[in-house]
Write a protein that binds this ligand. Structure first.
Ligand code: SF4
Length: 395
């Protein structure tokens, strides 16, 4: 199966043009490519609200998981405001607005996760407003220290799988789950290779480009995404580039609601070489390939506890977020940290207190930046970043 968009993308031999094409695909609030995938494959479409979702289970059950990361600055919020208090992040409102404006008609279902109170409430609001949709909510374990947290999550995933099988009519075998784990292993590994390339050559593979390549995987099938990433890797390895007089940073805080692609560009143009980031973290959740020869559902449950990234929405008392950030800065050779958090994002803002203390103690400079997905004007952020960059370059 190849969507028309993917057939066109595979002909493009220039990374900038490729990224322009991808942008049209993932910024489309009408989800035209998703509709095409549904028509070509006959698979039910399930939207996955951020951050992490066990997409392998949806794939194994014969559904197409689509990363539903709000609507960016592509739609007006005309109806969703009345369902929420004003001090709620934008991704909550724009996701609901997509539903209230009938843009999610091709989605059979949506799954939410226990990442924060607004996301929990959004699941209930969706259930009430869209009684015909399949709406699920995954409770991730809060205490990750005990072995029973894996038993608990395995049971939670089996409950989800039962519901998925009812929806798709497919009986899912262990081999199906392991096959899906293998495919997503491949996609994660390719994204990891691109991330490593960007860390070493940020002047060749920009964050704007890398972001677009990862974000496209929220729309395309995993099989198409793998082909896209392989194609991009070939292009990146032959792309020329010139070193720039930029400062090298690690960016954290943007794990859920996403900034506009133009804001990412504005930060790069203001003088940042981003060596690592936590954009779109859910699709890059595991730190290594998962085994594909065991009990697949349990593999996913235990990997959530033991083989995943550190995150503001995962509460792991065995790890200290501040210490890990400092270690990441030192091992990557970064000069500074950008803490870039969406407005009203409690998990992100709570962690800023941890990061700030650890960075101050380690003598690592940082800049706090606040954004909203619906932003159109970036002058203020760009000026703040430029001032920060100049202060470090002249230091
Ligand atoms: S941006 Fe923050 S507050 Fe909003 S849904 Fe995501 S984690 Fe929750």
């Amino acid at each position: 199966m190849a969507t028309a968009a993917m057939s066109e993308i595979e002909q493009v031999q220039d990374l900038t043009a490729l990224v322009d094409g991808l942008r049209v695909l993932f910024e489309d609030p009408e989800f035209k490519v998703v509709s095409e995938i549904k028509r070509l494959t006959g698979k039910p479409i399930i939207g996955n609200f951020p951050v992490y979702s066990p997409v392998e289970l949806f794939h194994a059950a014969g559904a197409h998981p689509v990363g539903l990361v709000g609507a960016g600055n592509q739609i007006e919020i005309a109806h969703a405001d009345s369902r929420f208090q004003s001090f709620v992040c934008s991704v909550i409102k724009s996701t609901l607005e997509l539903g209230l404006t009938d843009r999610l008609q091709d989605f059979e279902g949506i799954v939410f996760h226990s990442i924060c109170d607004p996301a929990r409430n959004l699941a209930s609001v969706f259930k009430r407003n869209f009684p015909d949709k399949w709406v699920e909510y995954i409770h991730f374990p809060q205490n990750l220290v005990t072995e029973s947290s894996v038993d608990y999550l395995e049971n939670e995933y089996r409950r989800l799988l039962d519901r998925l099988q009812e929806l798709t009519g497919k009986t899912v075998t262990n081999a199906d789950v392991n096959n899906s784990i293998a495919l997503y292993n491949t996609a994660r590994s390719l994204m990891g290779t691109l991330y490593a390339f960007r860390r070493d050559h940020p002047h060749i593979l920009t964050t704007r480009e890398l972001y677009s390549l990862v974000r496209a995987g929220h729309i395309l099938t995993v099989e198409e995404h793998i082909r896209l990433l392989e194609h991009a890797l070939r292009l990146v390895r032959t792309k020329p580039g010139h070193e720039r007089d930029h400062i090298r940073v690690i960016l954290v805080g943007s794990f859920c609601e996403q900034p506009s692609l133009d804001l990412i560009s504005a930060m790069e143009e203001a003088g940042l070489d981003i060596l690592d980031d936590d954009f779109l973290l859910g699709r890059r959740w595991f730190t290594e390939d998962l085994p594909t020869d065991g009990n697949g559902v349990r593999t996913l449950a235990s990997a959530y506890r033991d083989r995943s990234v550190i995150s503001s929405v995962k509460h792991d008392s065995r790890r200290h977020k501040g210490d890990e950030l400092v270690a990441q800065v030192k091992s990557s050779g970064a000069d500074a940290v950008i803490v870039s958090v969406p407005k009203f994002c409690e998990p992100g803002l709570f962690d800023y207190a941890i990061y700030r203390r650890a960075l101050l103690d380690a003598g690592i400079p940082h800049l706090f930046v606040e954004y909203e997905e619906k932003m159109w004007l970036f002058d203020k952020v760009q000026t703040e970043v430029e001032t920060f960059v100049e202060s470090l370059l002249l230091d």
